[in-house]
Design a protein around this ligand. Structure first.
Ligand code: PLP
Length: 373
């Protein structure tokens, strides 16, 4: 039997062996609770603090600004609710393509959504208009998990700086915070928080060849944020930091390698599948993401048939896979429900080869042809 082809790296990544090696001692010999007072436990505490410093260095932040939480969903929620607790009658703004971890909090508190253009990129003019005197936080994800669109964070950061200055001049003391969910970005993009102008950034261990249910929450030091999660998950913290270091170290070479595969993927799809279209910006796009619509096709049928042929892909995001609703991301981009149902997402990663892409497209083209015939 031919080897299965995994093309769902946006949903989960395999643990890097070097990350596993870094984590291993903290499951066994160095199992101590880092809050305990004896020397062995203090050594474990040091490992946690080293991990914090490693992440801080990647972000251009101070160690005290780096917090570890159990998963990106928890980290997004924590950040937004922290601000809402301090400004209960103020409003949140978030892009219309955020992950449910952000959307749920925003919708639950009567927040508003910022529209995106048809390429999935936030409409900056609309954003500017929506930031009225009551908005306390703007949440814009770094890169979208469904269509891979990369948002212009630095431009948004500059816009928010201008609004803060206007507020200062007008005597409005309300702060304006910038939160970004960088879950899907960390493998390929710059994470320097001051270059991006963000106050909060969330990173996800499970998407960077590190442990699942582990996230980093960067919070600007002026917020004086404290996280109390109980006994720390030391192997998870150590593994998350090591994983982030490794992907950030390799991000340029891995981006270039995947860009070549992505180009080939698009080229083969256009050649072999009639009327196929690509969703999301081509220019501002993660190198790992291929999201397409094949008119007249049914994505559930295709996914099952691909799975039978040993090819793992996705329709929408993993979290929505079981829902009947069309993807809110595609809807926000103006894609019709029918077209959304004829769409698939392939996401590449470290293990993806040219042969994988060629076979995946051949199999997909065969399935499409057999259904159209
Ligand atoms: N944010 C984004 C952009 C994601 O892609 C995901 C997971 O797919 C999450 C948040 C949630 O991560 P977790 O399920 O690890 O809490």
């Amino acid at each position: 039997m031919t080897k299965p082809i995994y093309l769902d790296y946006a949903a989960a990544t395999p643990l890097d062996e070097r990350v596993l090696a870094a984590m291993q001692p903290y499951f066994s010999d160095a199992f101590y609770n880092p809050a305990a007072t004896y020397v062995s436990a203090q050594n474990v505490r040091k490992a946690v603090e080293t991990a914090r410093s490693q992440v801080a260095a990647l972000l251009g932040a101070r160690p005290a600004e780096v917090h570890f939480l159990p998963g990106a969903t928890a980290a997004d929620r924590f950040a937004l609710e922290y601000i809402l607790a301090r400004h209960p009658d103020k409003r949140l703004l978030a892009s219309a393509v955020e992950h449910p971890s952000v959307r749920r909090v925003v919708q639950g508190h009567g927040g508003s959504e910022v529209p995106v253009k048809s390429d999935g990129i936030v409409d900056l003019r609309a954003l500017q208009k929506q930031i009225n005197d009551d908005v306390v936080l703007v949440s814009i994800m770094y890169a979208n998990n469904e269509v891979g669109a990369i948002q212009p964070l630095a431009d948004i950061g500059r816009l928010l700086t201008q609004v803060r200055e206007q507020r200062r001049q007008a005597g409005n003391p309300l702060p304006l915070y910038f939160h970004t969910d960088a879950t899907q970005a960390a493998n390929y993009l710059d994470l320097h928080v001051s270059r991006l102008g963000v106050d909060f950034m969330v990173l996800n261990g499970g998407k960077v060849y590190g442990p699942k249910q582990m996230a980093v929450l960067f919070a600007n030091g002026s917020l004086d944020l404290h996280v109390h999660t109980g006994t720390e998950n030391v192997p998870g913290i150590v593994g998350c930091a090591r994983a982030l270091e490794l992907v950030q170290h390799d991000r340029h070479t891995e981006s270039r390698r995947l860009q070549i595969l992505q180009k080939l993927f698009f080229h083969l799809l256009a050649e072999k599948i009639p009327n196929v279209t690509v969703n999301g910006s081509i220019k501002h796009r993660l190198p790992s993401n291929v999201h397409i619509t094949m008119p007249g096709q049914d994505n559930e049928r295709l996914l099952m048939a691909l799975d039978e042929a040993g090819i793992m892909a996705a329709a929408g995001s993993a979290c929505q896979a079981s829902s009947e609703e069309p993807s809110h991301v595609l809807t926000a981009m103006g894609v019709s429900d029918g077209a959304a149902q004829a769409s698939l997402r392939f996401t590449m990663g470290r293990g993806t080869t040219e042969a994988d892409i060629r076979r995946a497209v051949d199999v997909l083209a065969g399935l499409v042809a057999s259904h159209s015939a």
